[in-house]
Ligand binder design. Structure first.
Ligand SMILES: O=C(O)c1cc(=O)[nH]c(=O)n1[C@@H]1O[C@H](COP(=O)(O)O)[C@@H](O)[C@H]1O
Length: 271
């Protein structure tokens, strides 16, 4: 999927919402446990309920691989079920020496047909570039993450006096382009989003941390939006676990729609 196609979808839906499919067998409504594949059944209903307000879905791979072969099967079925015009993110946070990264890339881009994958930059160029070799696919590189531990390394000062995440943003722009590289920038880092935007004016950002982690959507738009919106804002728990009753999908839709309505206002204001 191209950058233009992602932007078109954002305009059509007046939304830059990514719904996180962090589907936890311990948290899904009890009545679904009777289904042959409860994880898929849950995802299917969430997708049906939110597809008109979501421009992306992000299954977090940990929730699936923790269940072994059955979990991978649920993931495959979920990916197949997502409408083809909606952007898909394999939130796998991979990255290893070159030949291993090449196989991770094959797993998520060939064996499965995800549009993108989250990748950790720590091992450098040869760990990231195998993912960038796939035509039409995207790397979403961790730049400044939403968690507390992001301060352990990402914001440390390098020998030239600038924080490490600045180096990640600058160096990686020699590896990929705004047409195959996005960055993860946590919503919990409000004012820092402007700093990231100044270093990567054209790139799309995947922004997790709105909802359960307390990030402000308004700040994300204020500091991060560019001419093509340039944002995919993720919420997982805030949408999919808003209700644990049989009405979960309806409530998930209401939560997703609330975010979409706020996003529409922000798009009208900033674009
Ligand atoms: O790469 C990610 O998606 C990610 C990066 C980051 O900095 N922070 C972060 O929370 N995430 C993911 O985004 C999702 C956030 O989920 P909620 O906090 O439930 O909305 C989880 O799947 C996290 O693994």
């Amino acid at each position: 999927m191209t950058r233009q196609e992602i932007f078109q979808q954002i305009q059509q839906k007046a939304s830059f919402l990514c719904v996180g499919l962090d589907t936890d067998i311990q948290k899904i409504p009890q009545h679904l446990l009777k289904a042959a594949d409860p994880i898929f059944e849950f995802n299917k209903q969430i997708i049906d309920a939110t597809a008109d307000v979501a421009v992306a879905y992000k299954p977090n791979i940990a929730f699936y691989e923790s269940l072994g072969a059955k979990g991978w099967e649920s993931l495959h079925k979920t990916l197949e079920y997502i409408p083809k015009n909606i952007f898909t993110v394999a939130d796998a946070k991979r990255g290893d020496i070159g030949n291993t990264s090449a196989l991770y890339a094959r797993a998520f881009f060939d064996t499965m047909d995800f549009n993108s994958i989250t990748v950790a930059p720590y091992m450098g160029v040869d760990s990231v570039s195998p993912f960038l070799e796939f035509e039409g696919k995207w790397v979403i590189l961790l730049a400044l993450t939403s968690n507390q531990g992001s301060q352990d390394f990402q914001t440390l000062t390098a020998s030239d006096g600038r924080p490490y995440f600045h180096h990640v943003l600058e160096k990686s722009q020699t590896w990929g382009t705004p047409d195959n590289l996005m960055y993860v920038v946590g919503a919990t880092r409000g004012e820092k989003i402007a700093e990231v935007r100044s270093l990567a004016p054209e790139h799309f950002f995947l922004v997790p941390g709105v909802g359960a982690q307390g990030g402000s959507l308004e700040d994300v738009a204020k500091f991060g939006m560019n001419e093509q919106c340039g944002l995919l804002v993720n919420s997982s728990r805030g949408i999919i676990y808003a209700d644990s009753s049989e009405n979960f999908a309806k409530t998930a839709r209401m939560e997703a729609q609330k975010l979409q309505e706020e996003m529409k206002k922000l798009l009208d204001h900033y674009l």
